[in-house]
Every structure is written in C-alpha cells, then in structure tokens.
Design a binder for this molecule. Structure first.
Ligand SMILES: [Zn+2]
Length: 144
C-alpha cells in the first residue's frame, strides 16, 4: 500500500550517471597486487581530485583504497621511507605510476592508489618509491 512512496525513494540511476562525469573514471573496478620491490613514482597534478564510486563521492583516496581492497590501510609501504614510526602510520592514498612511466599524467594513463605517508606522498618528492611488501593498489585511468 505504500508502494508509490517506496518507489519514489529508490536511488535514481540517472543521478548517479550524471554525477559520474568527473575528471576520474575507473578503467575497471579492480585492485591489482603490485609485488614487493616494484619501483614507483608519485604522479603530479593529482591534488584535489575526487572520484565517485558506488554512489559515493570520494575525496579521500585512502578511504577509496580501504573500500575497494577491503583492507585497513597499513603503514607507509615505501621501503625507502624516512619517516618516524608515528609519521609512517599517518597514510594517505597516493597517486603513483610505475617507474619509467610518465609521472605527468595524460589522458588514458593508468594510475595506482597505494598507501604512503604524507612525506613519501609529497608532490615535490620525485624520489623512487620501492614497495616493501606485496601491495594491493586501486587501478584508475586518468581522463582529462
Ligand atoms: Zn613514507
């Protein structure tokens, strides 16, 4: 008897589709495991991005990482991390590319989200990042 009310409160697909026209789109919804020892570098120009996934807007990439990997963010995964143990546990979802790939992202480039501390994630930090353990990474495609 309250069917009309129920139907009008269902999520509307058209809204979700409209909102998904954002700078980022998923290339797929997969998580890729990057092996221990993989060399990565910070991608540039990714500050202030956001992404919609499953009807929710994510500005915080570590939250997105935790949602998709179903893991709790570990401490910084960079073997070369120079942070104190306290700083090492304060992680963010960092945008990285494999070493040797273009760090200045162009349309269609693949970018990974991995947990790094704030020092290792700094946009001016172009030092090599070496994974200290097998690390699940969220795979995104950069679309401008
Ligand atoms: Zn670090």
């Amino acid at each position: 008897m309250f069917l009309d009310d129920y139907l009008s409160n269902l999520p509307r697909k058209s809204l979700v589709l409209a909102e998904s026209a954002l700078p980022f789109l998923f290339s797929n919804q997969n998580v890729e495991i990057l092996s221990k020892g993989t060399k990565m570098r910070n991608a540039t120009g990714t500050t202030d991005d956001s992404i919609e996934y499953d009807g929710k807007q994510y500005h915080n990439m570590i939250e997105l990482w935790e949602t998709l990997t179903e893991e709790e963010a570990p401490s910084c995964v960079n073997e070369k991390c120079q942070s104190s143990p306290y700083e090492e546990n304060d992680v963010v979802g960092a945008h990285v590319v494999k070493s040797g790939e273009n760090t200045d992202l162009s349309d269609g480039d693949k970018v990974f989200i991995i947990p790094l501390c704030r020092k290792c994630n700094h946009h001016k930090n172009n030092k090599l990042i070496v994974l200290k353990r097998d690390t699940p990474a969220v795979v995104l495609k950069w679309t401008k």
